[in-house]
Design a protein around this ligand. Structure first.
Ligand SMILES: C[C@@](CO)(OP(=O)(O)O)[C@H](O)COP(=O)(O)OP(=O)(O)OC[C@H]1O[C@@H](n2ccc(N)nc2=O)[C@H](O)[C@@H]1O
Ligand SMILES: Nc1ncnc2c1ncn2[C@@H]1O[C@H](COP(=O)(O)OP(=O)(O)O)[C@@H](O)[C@H]1O
Length: 266
């Protein structure tokens, strides 16, 4: 049995540059990861099986096609390896801008790669076909992403930085948020992500105005530095200058009945 953590992804900055003829958007984004996420367990078996557990299992169990089973199918078509029993312990909220599904797909590939001796480098083509964020999650390191997110360049991160993730419990459709982007290119990613922005914030806030309240309360917390929405939302994050201040902020935001995840950047 192999176990992988499907770490939550953050977009420390996300600049949308252009709408492409194929419907996708050209991005420049700074991907980072946190220590916590979903838990994936994979073992060879006589027949394929897939079990969902954890606090967000119910949301997903009504959907037929999971990114985990899609990733496993794509792996087998490319590399063989037979049947597997897979368990996904779902801790990350679904459709929330922290790439939970993408991280699960990448963790599935990593686990199968470990079981069957396939290198991560050889699985990027499969990852690309599963979703725009899956290559970044497979890479798993702080990186600048271009194209639709699949052109990756590793950069120095801020490992160990305390971070708080907050989701107000509203699922936001990524496709819908991109559709509402105003089409204005506001320029490239700056060297310092703090000077950057998330261009998907205005359209996401229009769909889910509660994001305004989350950002306002996060920004007001003692010790909060860079505070922003991640991906297409609605999860927002703040970096903190100490774990104690992060934990104090977590209590304040959890009192709103919002989902909170105190973690650290990897
Ligand atoms: C916005 C981002 C930023 O990291 O994160 P999330 O909010 O999903 O976490 C990603 O680009 C999301 O990646 P992912 O969730 O894998 O998206 P996909 O399944 O490939 O695409 C879902 C839909 O989003 C839109 N889409 C996605 C990526 C992109 N560069 N341009 C787009 O226009 C398309 O309408 C597409 O049909
Ligand atoms: N294992 C999975 N975890 C989360 N979502 C999944 C999974 N498999 C399929 N999905 C689908 O993918 C969509 C995007 O999910 P998710 O990756 O959580 O969003 P985001 O990238 O915005 O954080 C969900 O609405 C859901 O329908």
């Amino acid at each position: 049995m192999v176990t992988e953590i499907a770490k939550a992804k953050l977009n420390l900055a996300l600049h949308v540059r252009a709408r492409r003829p194929d419907g996708y958007h050209e991005l420049e984004t700074l991907f980072a990861f946190v220590e916590h996420g979903d838990l994936l367990q994979v073992e060879p078996a006589e027949a394929d099986s897939f079990a969902l557990t954890g606090p967000f299992a119910a949301v997903l169990s009504e959907e037929g096609d999971n990114l985990v089973t899609r990733a496993a199918r794509a792996f087998r078509e490319a590399f063989g390896g037979g049947a597997h029993a897979i368990t996904l312990d779902k801790h990350l909220p679904v459709a929330s801008g922290i790439g939970g599904g993408s991280a699960d797909a990448a963790a599935t590939l990593r686990a199968l790669g470990r079981l069957h001796g396939v290198a991560v480098e050889d699985m990027f083509a499969i990852a690309d076909g599963l979703g725009s964020d899956v290559p970044a999650c497979l890479f798993g390191r702080t990186a600048i992403g271009k194209g639709r997110g699949e052109q990756l360049e590793a950069v120095a991160g801020l490992p160990g930085t305390p971070v708080l993730l907050v989701n107000p419990g509203v699922a936001v459709s990524t496709a819908e948020v991109f559709r509402r982007w105003d089409g204005i290119d506001r320029g490239p990613l700056p060297a310092d992500p703090r000077q950057g922005r998330n261009d998907l914030e205005p359209p996401a806030r229009a769909i889910a105005p509660v994001i305004d309240a989350v950002l306002a309360l996060l920004t007001a917390q003692p010790g909060a530095g860079l505070t922003r929405m991640s991906g297409s939302g609605a999860t927002c994050f703040a970096l903190f200058d100490s774990e104690a201040k992060r934990d104090a902020a977590a209590e304040v935001l959890a009192a709103k009945d919002w989902w909170v995840l105190p973690s650290r950047l990897t």
